[in-house]
Design a protein around this ligand. Structure first.
Ligand SMILES: [Zn+2]
Length: 580
């Protein structure tokens, strides 16, 4: 450990030109001094540690200097400047309103204001955190602020401008100090490093700048602390360790595992992170930011939004290249949902794990789906080959079935990214025509053969007629005691499209299931009553009412198992229990 102390104090600017990141303000103040147009009351607003008090002190020093330079800087040589630099000037009076906010405190100050300065031209009164003054203290102060003696200048500083009453605001010249940009902070830290002969890595300074949240003072004290802890050498690694930061390496590593669908690796990395004492919520939010950063890298125009050191930027760009845009957007959604649910979750760790596993299953599912397309089309019952064989006349059309389903799926899934995991169910039952009904094949192969011999009836019908038949069907079900079905059918008014396509917008899983169970009967009924054998019933989940989001951990996990059965094995092996 070295006993090195840089401190914000040592590198506190002594002239306006040294002030970091507030050029607009410092040049306005210099110009006012040059033109002798100085206001008597100022309000300096802005976040902590961005130079409000520093500017106030420089202002006080400069206007009291006996030989102001041409560039409107204090000479640093006259008596006034010397006493300022040695911090025993009588011209500057500071009051911290956070701790001295009573009427008496203000009265004491107001008392002093009457006296002209012994040295120099002006007395400067700096009231820090002025919003903390009690209202009676404010009132006691107002009179003085209204008619200050010529030798008094007030600088009120606050981090919370909105708490300042209008009567004060209207009497002050207001300066809004901005947060210092990361780059400005880095440059300043580099300057300090160089002056103090400290070896510091750019990425290390970047982390400090980022962590300081736009406050130069905070960044400097952090810098001090870290330099002391790491013996005058600042490496990225030492900074991460000392600040106990959940750093990019974790997120890069985690994202790599997710892209590779390596679920065990994903869980192990999370375990490491939690074991290192990091909070799951913090991690999820960090991961979301990481994904956002990857997203930003996707477009050369937005790469500038990636506030990272050069080395790190390369890593981000290369990882981003490996990520599919859809994956990033979906992952962002998932991390966001996890973030929202985190606080109310009873098993937060599992929630995070599920979120990660869901992310890891994004690409995997679609890859597997492609592979298993045939078995999805005809599960268990009849492999597609068998059917084609049986209907040898239509052998060629096997391809068409698959293509048709594919088309339907891609079409629907592209429109609704949110429900993409659930391909909409398409019910078709065309007889003898060019396409064969998949559902028909699945449902009853014999019937299909019979139907093929009868002619197709295809009469036109109106939407009103359709609605009537629809409601008739619902009523029959109601009389049968199928209240749920009745409610669902009547709650989901069907739309007629293209003469024979009946669309139903459904909004949740339960409705989907209910319609699945009854759709053959429904379709038969519609066809018979409307005298049209080509009628199709198509359902799709609407985006705006997707109540399909799994809420509980168990729901989520069950959903994931639906998509990827190996998760179940994993759960059992690792002894994870969603109900835990
Ligand atoms: Zn001077």
């Amino acid at each position: 450990m070295s006993d090195f102390i840089v401190s914000a104090r040592k590198y506190r600017p002594f002239a306006f030109t040294d002030v970091v990141g507030q050029n607009a303000i410092t040049s306005t103040l210099s110009n006012a001094i040059r033109d002798n147009h100085l206001a008597q009351s100022f309000l300096f607003c802005g976040p902590r540690g961005v130079g409000k008090t520093t500017c106030a002190r420089i202002l006080a020093k400069t206007i009291n200097c006996e030989n102001i330079t041409e560039n409107i800087n204090a000479c640093n040589e006259c008596d006034s400047c010397k006493s300022f630099n040695e911090s025993h000037s009588f011209n500057i009076h500071e009051l911290d309103a956070a701790s001295n906010n009573s009427v008496d405190d203000i009265r004491n100050l107001v008392e002093q204001v009457r006296f002209a300065p012994q040295v120099g031209k002006y007395n400067i009164y700096i009231i820090d955190e002025v919003h903390m003054l009690s209202s009676s203290a404010f009132n006691a102060f107002l009179k003085t602020l209204e008619e200050p003696p010529a030798h008094a200048i007030f600088i009120l500083a606050t981090t919370e401008k909105h708490k300042i009453i209008p009567t004060i605001l209207s009497r002050c010249q207001i300066f809004d100090f901005r947060s210092i940009s990361i780059q400005n902070i880095i440059d300043h830290l580099k300057y300090v490093s160089k002056s103090e002969k400290i070896i510091s890595e750019d990425d290390a300074l970047h982390i400090i700048a980022q962590k300081s949240g736009g406050s130069l003072r905070d960044s400097l004290s952090m810098f001090d602390r870290l330099v002391n802890a790491s013996d005058l050498t600042l490496t990225y690694k030492s900074v991460i360790e000392n600040l106990n930061i959940l750093d990019h390496d974790y997120y890069l590593k985690m994202t790599d595992a997710i892209i590779k669908h390596d679920v065990s690796e994903v869980l192990l990395i999370l375990n490491e992170i939690l074991n290192n004492g990091f909070d799951g919520h913090q991690f999820v939010n960090g991961l979301a930011t990481h994904i956002r950063d990857l997203l930003v890298c996707k477009n050369p125009e937005t790469v500038v939004l990636l506030e990272k050191g050069e080395e790190l930027q390369k890593k981000y760009l290369s990882q981003s290249a490996n990520c599919d845009l859809k994956f990033l957007i979906k992952s962002l959604k998932m991390t966001n949902e996890c973030d929202v649910q985190y606080r109310v979750s009873k098993n937060q760790r599992l929630l995070v794990e599920l979120c990660l596993l869901m992310m890891a299953s994004i690409g995997q599912f679609s890859a597997e789906k492609k592979k298993n397309k045939n078995s999805i089309i005809a599960p268990n019952k009849a492999p597609i080959e068998k059917i084609a064989e049986k209907q040898n006349k239509e052998e060629v059309k096997k391809e068409e079935i698959i293509t048709e389903v594919k088309e339907n799926e891609t079409l629907k899934t592209e429109v609704k990214v949110e429900v993409q995991e659930k391909p909409p169910t398409v019910f078709k039952q065309r007889i003898k025509s060019s396409t064969i009904s998949i559902s028909g094949i699945l449902d009853d192969e014999k019937e299909d053969d019979e139907k093929q011999r009868s002619p197709i009836i295809e009469e036109d019908f109106s939407e009103t007629e359709m609605m009537k038949v629809w409601n008739d069907f619902a009523n029959i079900k109601k009389e049968d005691g199928r209240t749920n079905l009745f409610i669902t059918l009547t709650a989901l008014p069907p739309n007629l499209k293209d003469k024979n396509k009946i669309e139903i917008k459904i909004s949740n899983d339960a409705q989907q299931k209910l319609l699945n169970e009854n759709r053959v009967e429904l379709m038969e009924y519609l066809r018979k009553k409307l005298k049209n054998d080509t009628i199709e019933v198509v359902t799709f989940i609407t985006e705006e009412i997707k109540t399909d989001i799994p809420y509980t951990s168990t729901d989520k996990f069950n959903k994931m198992i639906e998509k990827n059965t190996s998760l179940k094995v994993l759960r059992d092996e690792l002894g994870l229990d969603p109900d835990y």
